[in-house]
Design a protein around this ligand. Structure first.
Ligand SMILES: [Zn+2]
Length: 398
């Protein structure tokens, strides 16, 4: 991501609210809370036992030969062979390891200020798993996103935190919840609860977005090429009449955007008041996993330290990133991006060697836990030895 707006400046006036205005504001917030489905999280909590079943990515996050991360650690400028190689890496992973996930390409093209009249291709990849009985327009989807493209300049820029590592984290999330989703939906079918209309249909989708970076200088038109095209396309692609949602944009229950993750000791603020409850859920999972000694990084404080943030502390400033075209169309956003940015940001030092792998692994586990909790997978996750370790062993023996 590129442009960082002043975060707290816009909110400074809120500190000097008069008592009467504050009271009115509070009344307004209560009314808002009552009318907003997002203000009340209705799903259960993951048990300690389930948290212990969240797998680590282990050797798959090795920067030299790790199966998930290493293939992404190359320059990925849109339209170049590096970009295509990484797209194939994502697609092959889902095709081979997670065949139940639907794969959708969203292609667009645009001119950039760096490349004159040439049309540059941008390809977003969406990987989706819905309840098998549900019509596409009836599923509310937790949407996890990261961008995979890299800066055009400086040449050879790797973008390990920006955002190779977040992409690898999301691949790990998908494979870590896959068996749990199958188990949950099988159990619902067996109990006659499949598609009975009593509960909201919940799915999950992972978006690996292209063209986030500016080619010359960050502006409204030189940035977010992929996400702008996708949000626009989805808004104008209606679902069948009488569907729960009018279009794929409306089916996004929460847009969780990961960016600039993978450096040691990140500080991720809570940016948005309307999704602060979701931030708190993720922060609570982080806290519990640390207490249960399930995380590996040596953190002196939480990655997500702002659970106790007061409503009056939320400012209007935010970091411009792939969520912007979605947020502008009313989608709820949880932006998981550190402030300050990693010190290597947009330099040639944003390399594999400067990632803190225990931090990368911990983020993958925290986001997996958040997703598993959201999808109500308590009691549905397989025990750890039944997952990748066994598969790895079996493969090695062949
Ligand atoms: Zn960037």
């Amino acid at each position: 991501m590129l442009r960082q707006q002043p975060l707290w400046a816009a909110g400074s006036s809120s500190l000097s609210l008069s008592a009467a205005r504050l009271a009115r504001l509070l009344v307004h917030l209560v009314v808002l809370a009552a009318s907003m489905p997002f203000a009340v999280a209705t799903y259960g909590t993951l048990s300690d036992e389930s948290l212990a079943r969240i797998p680590t990515a282990g050797a798959d996050f090795d920067i030299h030969n790790g199966k998930l991360l290493a293939p992404i650690l190359i320059p990925r400028v849109p339209g170049t062979p590096g970009s295509r190689a990484v797209q194939q890496h994502f697609v092959r992973f889902f095709q081979e390891q997670l065949p139940a996930w639907e794969i959708e390409w969203h292609n667009s093209s645009a001119k950039t200020p760096a490349t004159g009249d040439q049309l540059i291709p941008f390809a977003n990849l969406i990987f989706r798993r819905d309840p098998p009985w549900a019509a596409p327009g009836d599923v509310a989807r937790l949407t996890l996103a990261a961008h995979y493209d890299t800066l055009y300049q400086p040449e050879g820029f790797i973008g390990a935190t920006d955002s190779a590592a977040p992409c690898a984290m999301l691949m790990h999330v998908a494979r870590s919840i896959d068996a749990g989703l199958t188990a949950k939906w099988e159990a619902m079918k067996a109990a006659g609860e499949a598609g009975n209309g009593l509960e909201e249909e919940r799915g999950v989708q992972i978006m690996l977005l292209d063209g986030e970076e500016a080619w010359v200088k960050w502006t409204a038109t030189d940035s977010l090429y992929g996400s702008r095209a996708l949000a626009e396309a989805w808004e104008s692609t209606p679902y069948a009449p009488l569907s729960t949602f009018s279009n794929p944009l409306g089916s996004i229950s929460l847009f969780v955007l990961l960016d600039l993750l993978g450096a040691r000791s990140p500080n991720v603020p809570s940016y948005f008041q309307t999704t602060h409850w979701a931030y708190q859920r993720m922060a609570s999972l982080e806290k519990r996993m640390r207490k249960l000694r399930l995380l590996a990084s040596e953190a002196t404080k939480q990655f997500l330290p702002e659970s106790g943030k007061a409503m009056s502390q939320f400012a209007r400033g935010f970091v411009e990133d792939d969520h912007v075209p979605f947020m502008a169309r009313g989608v709820e956003i949880l932006h998981v991006i550190p402030h300050p940015f990693p010190s290597v940001w947009h330099t040639m030092a944003d390399t594999a060697g400067n990632l803190d792998i225990p931090t990368v692994d911990d983020w993958a586990k925290i986001v997996t836990a958040f997703t598993a909790e959201w999808m109500d997978l308590d009691g549905m996750l397989p025990s750890i030895p039944a997952q990748h370790e066994v598969r790895e062993t079996a493969k090695t023996e062949l």
